[in-house]
Design a protein around this ligand. Structure first.
Ligand code: NAD
Ligand code: GLY
Length: 373
């Protein structure tokens, strides 16, 4: 039976919407009763998620839309590119989709980011709904309207800010998620503690095992609190002119790891896990937090099943390789890398740091890679 356990609102004026968190939501027609009216709905998903959930969603949407089509993309971060994005446009045009057509992103962050970007640009904008099916996408990527594809020279470099009409987080879908992916999602949950809410960090310390065991009540709370914090931040700074950058805690190092190792080898959340440890160490070297805080955060990241050390990207000049990747980060200003640092527990700051200090942190925090199934 469909049950909405929590409904979180994101306040963006005429672009406001709800994030529904619950169980049994995906197969229920009632979940989508307030979605925009149109003749056609198009589900965008991938080869892994389609056999699990596309048919159920198709049946639920058939109650509201005369035609429901499905576009199935290849699965993987390596396909978050122009060529794969074009498959969505091909299908929309081949099916004669008009500018009222509603897109439904069914999958993890890759499908969500690509569907959102397709929705932002098809006929200059069609409505879309996020149905995130990974923990990472439920707690982060489906909320806030960042949509993008990767460029070989940088992660999420081509995209748009474009808000969905609704986000539906059905906790039941997490049952089929591989353990490694669940851990990757926990990285984005953990980040909300040090940047905004130390009580939540303490709650995570008590509940990390329950979360890894997929305890439904624990998952529901973790998704709700994460989304509340994200909605609060995005509500104040939708297009990241300042505050929103704090949501990228661990991401500057993390994106360098993802790009440096080749997209898809380290999961996004794994890069963020090791990246948060590196950013915490940098915060400590700048005198913003003490060693006990760094140790506490590192321990939680380890208990979440995530790497706490970055990989070696270049045996000759590892720190140089990290710096090169980090200079194309979107927060960089005139080649000056901007880091999200912890400025005392529960508070984040965005600032630059001397290259020499960053090199020291990278040298202290990297080891030969040991992630993967
Ligand atoms: P993902 O989309 O690659 O999904 C992970 C894997 O799990 C994939 O193989 C996928 O097919 C599979 N999967 C998805 N749902 C499943 C389910 N219920 N059962 C079994 N398998 C399932 O990765 P992700 O971690 O969800 O998202 C990472 C992406 O999100 C990155 O591209 C990152 O840049 C992006 N991201 C975007 C934002 C944003 O604000 N837009 C924020 C954070 C991350
Ligand atoms: N995931 C970072 C953001 O949405 O801003």
């Amino acid at each position: 039976m469909a049950e909405v356990l929590h409904r979180v609102g994101i306040d963006l004026g005429e672009r406001s919407y709800s994030i529904d968190i619950g169980q049994g939501l995906l197969p229920a027609a009632a979940t989508f009763a307030a979605c925009p009216k149109a003749a056609q709905a198009v589900i965008v998903t991938n080869t892994t998620v389609a056999p699990l959930y596309a048919r159920q969603l198709q049946a639920a949407l058939a109650a509201r839309y005369a035609q429901v089509r499905t576009v199935v993309l290849p699965d993987g971060e390596a396909y978050k590119d122009w060529q794969t994005l074009n498959l969505i446009f091909d299908a929309l045009l081949q099916h004669g989709c008009d500018r009222k057509t509603v897109l439904f992103a069914l999958g993890g962050g890759v499908v969500g980011d690509m569907t959102g970007f397709a929705a932002a640009s098809y006929m200059r904008g069609v409505p879309f709904v996020q149905i995130p099916t990974t923990l990472l996408s439920q707690v982060d990527s489906s909320v806030g309207g960042k949509t993008a594809i990767n460029h070989p020279l940088g992660k999420n470099m081509i995209g748009a800010f474009y808000q969905p009409q609704l986000v539906v987080c059905d906790l039941d879908t997490l049952a089929t998620l591989p353990e490694r992916e669940l851990s990757a999602g926990l990285a984005e949950v953990i980040k909300y503690g040090p940047i905004a809410d130390m009580d939540f960090l303490a709650w995570l310390e008590h509940n990390i095992d329950a979360l890894r065991q997929q305890d439904k009540a624990a998952l529901a709370h973790a998704v709700k609190r994460s989304v509340e914090i994200k909605a609060w931040v995005v509500g104040q700074d939708e297009k990241e002119s300042g505050l929103r950058a704090i949501l990228n805690f661990g991401h500057t190092f993390g994106h360098a790891i993802e790009a440096g190792m080749g997209y898809g080898n380290w999961l996004h959340g794994e890069g963020v896990g090791a990246g948060m440890v590196m950013a915490a160490h940098l915060s400590q070297r700048l005198g913003l937090v003490d060693a006990a805080f760094v140790e506490r955060l590192t321990h939680l990241i380890e208990r979440a099943g995530l790497p706490t050390r970055g990989p070696i990207l270049d045996t000759q000049d590892n720190a140089g390789a990290y710096l090169e990747h980090m200079r194309v980060d979107k927060k960089a200003e005139a080649g000056d890398i901007r880091f999200v640092l912890i400025d005392g527990p529960g508070k984040a700051v965005v600032r630059s740091a001397p290259d020499a200090l960053v090199r020291e942190v990278i040298n202290a925090c990297c080891a030969p890679a040991s992630v993967g199934a």
